[in-house]
Design a protein around this ligand. Sequence first.
Ligand SMILES: Nc1ncnc2c1ncn2[C@@H]1O[C@H](COP(=O)(O)OP(=O)(O)OP(=O)(O)O)[C@@H](O)[C@H]1O
Ligand SMILES: [Mg+2]
Length: 195
Amino acid sequence: MIPYNSSSGQMLVVCLYSVYNSRLKVTAMPILDEHMLDFVSHSPAQTHRLGTRMGLLLRAGDIVCLEGELGTGKTHLAQGIGHGMGIVGPITSPTFTLIAEYRPPKPAPTLYHIDMYRLGDAVDEALALGLDDYLGGDGVCVIEWADRIVPALPPDRIWISLSHLDLSKRGIVMTASGARYDDLLREFRRTAFGI
Ligand SMILES: Nc1ncnc2c1ncn2[C@@H]1O[C@H](COP(=O)(O)OP(=O)(O)OP(=O)(O)O)[C@@H](O)[C@H]1O
Ligand SMILES: [Mg+2]
């Protein structure tokens, strides 16, 4: 890991040398501020592993919002999160069911895997589905297409934007809002990247 201060002193650039898929990869990671983390996933398996790292850190009441075009890897990340939370068995895309519930062995919290893609008037329908009862309740909510229901979401959350870079690379930007999510992001940065 090589920290580097730009001439303006505004941006700290950290080069991460990490072994992914048994190959050495170098990821340039600008730390814009302490509430954000910006990195590149080089494969579906890596996105899953990063999700697992996060799943290990999640607690009852946590809200993880996923945003990104079709096929950017939201479900892969959610599956990794479920794995990290101790869910045994497959986690499938809830595109048609809207909300899928997974109960890991006690005492871990339940995972609510929510997908807002198919909702018409997204906010009203989400509220009609009882979304409020899930958010901040006894489980962890992982919400795909969260950008469709922003007004229905609490201000404190972790927001994860995924984007296509090329066939196998995805840009992932995590933004924490609120003290709990600052802590979560700090811990994720430490356990996933060692910084
Ligand atoms: N680095 C990567 N991370 C995640 N998925 C990747 C990556 N590179 C390629 N892929 C591929 O992109 C697709 C991602 O599928 P996934 O269902 O996770 O996306 P999604 O964002 O949930 O899509 P949707 O909006 O349809 O729900 C898969 O086919 C996967 O193999
Ligand atoms: Mg999906």
